[in-house]
Ligand binder design. Structure first.
Ligand SMILES: NC(=O)c1ccc[n+]([C@@H]2O[C@H](COP(=O)([O-])OP(=O)(O)OC[C@H]3O[C@@H](n4cnc5c(N)ncnc54)[C@H](O)[C@@H]3O)[C@@H](O)[C@H]2O)c1
Ligand SMILES: [Zn+2]
Ligand SMILES: [Zn+2]
Length: 363
């Protein structure tokens, strides 16, 4: 056992940075030294008690770093490789994985914060500790499943690579894989935080127009315009009318990237007939969304749930890295705050205050 400093959630919204014991990588596992970890809205849901999580939890799931050691049987990675972690590692053997649909894998134990063999690699004061989504990237070092770490080009800065691990893969994937947006399609994005801005980046890349962004802060809307939003509107109950004042028939596609039942429910009315609404933001547990099913069916509209932007990490992480390196995805502009692990609570306070863009913990 070695020790690693990590941000620990123990049921209190304020994390404590503590020494956590980390075991050697076992069969099919790798030890990664973290270079950077993003601070995502999903981490915040856990701190706010929105979702049940095994505790104590080592927070962070949007991370990148360098492989330091590999366990027996690991063939795809070696020490020195730069990797991005996936927070939903595929089991590789279920029917979804065999069809290449890893984002709906039924054998992954990520959501239980467990490695494939059912163990966790971390302990706190001698008792088992759980790396969030089997990553736990707000830690100097982590041990993850081989299939949870994807090799990427070494030219990719760690802070940019970390964001590819969640917000970018989710946002760009929701556009390209879930909504299959074609050039010239009109779009609405509700919530212009880390994930919403990634959706806007994806929409620009796909050639969507107009791109309408809705948020409650002017700062976020300003950043939305920087990433490619052609129009911005304040987010309120009259959102559909606001959208129809720009696109009279309504938009082809809408994305919710906040995780509020109230704003998810606003999407169908902003769509044109035949349009699709994509649920990307994740509401708290047990908070159903009221939807006018009759209107949805009669107007031929679709409601799609998006897990991880239907991303295949081994295929998409390197591709998103190359799009950044080729200047086609300005991921670095999403980073508005770089901080140390000890400043992790300040980063969450910033997020709660509605600050724009993404905070990244740099190690
Ligand atoms: N589906 C997935 O696989 C997946 C992956 C990652 C994150 N998420 C979810 O996406 C959501 C957003 O995450 P994030 O990291 O972008 O969070 P964030 O805090 O960075 O962004 C949220 C944004 O919503 C805005 N907002 C708040 N209330 C609003 C309102 N009433 N109307 C309009 N805008 C409002 C905020 O100003 C902010 O810009 C979270 O629920 C997170 O759990 C889902
Ligand atoms: Zn995330
Ligand atoms: Zn599987």
């Amino acid at each position: 056992m070695a020790t690693t400093r990590a941000a620990v959630y123990d049921g209190d919204a304020r994390l404590t940075v503590r020494d956590v014991e980390l075991r050697e990588p076992g069969r099919g596992e790798v030890l990664v030294r973290i270079g950077a970890s993003g601070v995502c809205g999903s981490d915040r849901h856990v701190l706010d008690g929105d979702w049940q999580m095994p505790q104590p939890t080592i927070m962070g799931h949007e991370g990148a770093g360098v492989v330091e050691a590999v366990g027996p049987g690991v063939r795809s990675l070696e020490p020195g490789d730069h990797v991005i972690m996936t927070w939903f590692y595929p089991c590789g053997t279920c029917s979804a994985c065999r069809q290449g649909r890893t984002w709906v894998c039924t054998g992954s134990r990520s959501e239980e914060c467990l490695l494939p063999d059912g163990s966790t690699p971390m302990q706190l004061d001698g008792a088992v500790a759980y790396p969030y989504l089997a990553v736990g990237s707000m830690s100097e070092r982590v041990v993850v499943a081989e299939q949870a770490a994807v090799r990427v080009p070494k030219e990719l800065p760690f802070d940019v690579a970390a964001l590819i691990g969640c917000s970018i893969a989710t946002g760009v994937g929701a556009v390209v894989n879930d909504a299959e947006v074609k050039p010239g399609r009109s779009a609405l994005v509700i919530g212009a935080g880390g994930v919403g801005l990634s959706i806007i980046m994806g929409l620009k890349l796909a050639g969507a127009s107009p791109i309408i962004a809705a948020d409650v802060t002017d700062e976020s809307l300003e950043l939305a315009r920087q990433f490619g939003a052609t129009h911005t509107v304040p987010s309120g109950a009259d959102l559909a009318e606001q959208v129809r004042s720009i696109v009279p028939d309504g938009v082809d596609v809408a994305f919710e990237a906040i995780g509020r039942p109230e704003t998810i429910a606003l999407m169908p009315a902003a769509l044109q007939r035949g349009g699709a609404a994509v649920i990307v933001g994740l509401p708290p547990q047990d908070r159903p969304v009221p939807i006018d099913a009759l209107a949805l069916a009669e107007e031929g509209k679709s409601l799609l749930g998006s897990n991880y932007g239907s991303t295949v990490p081994a295929r998409d992480f390197p591709m998103l890295g190359w799009l950044y390196l080729d200047g086609k995805l300005p991921i670095d502009e999403l980073i508005t705050n770089r901080c140390s692990l000890d400043e992790v609570n300040d980063a969450f306070d910033l997020m709660r205050s509605g600050a724009r863009g993404r905070s990244v913990i740099v190690f």
